[in-house]
Design a protein around this ligand. Sequence first.
Ligand SMILES: N[C@@H](CCC(=O)N[C@@H](CS)C(=O)NCC(=O)O)C(=O)O
Length: 241
Amino acid sequence: MAGPTKSLAKGSPAPGPVPDGVIRAYIMRFCPFAQRAHLILVAKGIKHELVYINTLNKPDWFFEKSPFGQVPAIETSKGQLIYESQIVCDYLDEVFPGKKLTPQDPFQKAQQKMLLEHFSKASTVAFKIVGAKKNNEDISALKAEFLEKLVQFDQVVAKLNTPYVGGSSVSMADYMILPIFERFDIFGVKDCLEKTPHLLQWYQLMLQDPAVKATHIKPEALEGFFKLYLQGNPESVDYDI
Ligand SMILES: N[C@@H](CCC(=O)N[C@@H](CS)C(=O)NCC(=O)O)C(=O)O
């Protein structure tokens, strides 16, 4: 399989129409939200093509594909455009055959959404850490807050008493939270997992998942990207290509 190509930046021409039977995903290689969409495309075996966007130097036409100027967005061969990672992933799960990743049962569905809300208490702090790192600020207070929220989430997950957060097999909620875990190292919070045994066990299980393996980014590449990203360098998104 061909590796990633350089991303499209300001001045790059827009790609042509999407071929029949293919989903085009506009992504950025290191973006955790874009990885959510990539995970679902792979997990469901959906025929797709990836178009890399330089999110730090976007082509003007990209706003016609994704009005907030953010990845991920997907485009169908009918020219339908869908953006916002959770909406993209729900759409892909609903439209494409194969294993349904979202439970049909309304209570289980609500449970998965509540889990994501619990996790968002921790991930919000993780993104504040990124902001602080960008400004060369001390992250120790934020890291303590992150740990507190992650421990709370660990307790929620412990009560589920299932190997995956959505039950006995991998499902949508697992794929939605996994990408942030893959970035714990670059955020400087990986050691927090030592205090969250249930999450650590879950993460180790998720690393064996074929879709997770297929979208995995080498830690050295993530680190290289992040260093340049913190400097606001638009070349960061093409690190290692
Ligand atoms: N809420 C959005 C967040 C997506 C997001 O923040 N994407 C970042 C890259 S990781 C992006 O496109 N940033 C460009 C920008 O905001 O201008 C989602 O879930 O899809």
